[in-house]
Write a new protein. Structure first.
Length: 190
């Protein structure tokens, strides 16, 4: 795809956008868990809700910032995908460390594929695919370059993400998929 986007340094195209989202997630996590100490009894509910929303958005929707920021700084497709997955991956690693305190090693690894994690990662994939189409359309409109906006890979990413969303959250309000997850746990660890 021919574009008029300048490829910036690795630091500018990768570390800065990823770092902004990662720092946002880490700070909101710390502030969420310490909101009582910051605002006392009166402000605790407000601060906990505020930082909880920011935490949720940074983990589940961070790719809506990271992917386009990297795209327009000249990052390759692989860099954009990796960069968009770093914040949810760091959150997942934090969760795995947390649950390893009471799960065996195998159970901890299995926890890493729970419905919430699958939803976050497949949702991020869908958001990246949508961002790819939008970014291409912007480049085509701005530069007039012969950019093919809709191609099979982003469309496949969106379709896969929607199917995963249906299976993990909508199908039986998520209960059916959770039962499948539980049966897998029983088969492996009981």
């Amino acid at each position: 795809m021919e574009t008029a986007i300048e490829k910036r340094s690795f630091s500018q195209r990768f570390i800065v956008p990823v770092g902004i989202m990662l720092v946002t997630m880490i700070l909101s996590l710390i502030l969420f868990y310490n909101s009582y100490e910051i605002g006392g009894k009166a402000l605790h509910p407000l601060l906990a809700n505020l930082f909880g929303v920011v935490l949720f958005l940074s983990i589940g929707f961070g790719s809506l910032y990271v992917y386009p920021a990297m795209f327009f700084r000249g990052a390759s497709g692989g860099e954009r995908v990796l960069g968009s997955f770093i914040t949810p991956l760091v959150w997942l690693l934090k969760e795995l460390v947390r649950v390893s305190e009471f799960f065996t090693f195998g159970e901890t690894l299995y926890y890493g594929v729970n419905p919430q994690v699958i939803t976050i990662f497949t949702g991020s994939l869908g958001l990246m695919s949508i961002c790819e189409l939008i970014c291409r359309a912007i480049v085509k409109r701005r530069s007039g370059a012969p950019v093919k906006v809709v191609t099979p890979l982003p469309v496949l990413g969106i379709v896969f993400s929607l199917i995963a969303f249906y299976v993990t959250l909508i199908w039986g309000i998520g209960v059916h998929w959770f039962y499948i997850y539980q049966e897998g746990y029983k088969a492996l660890f009981r």
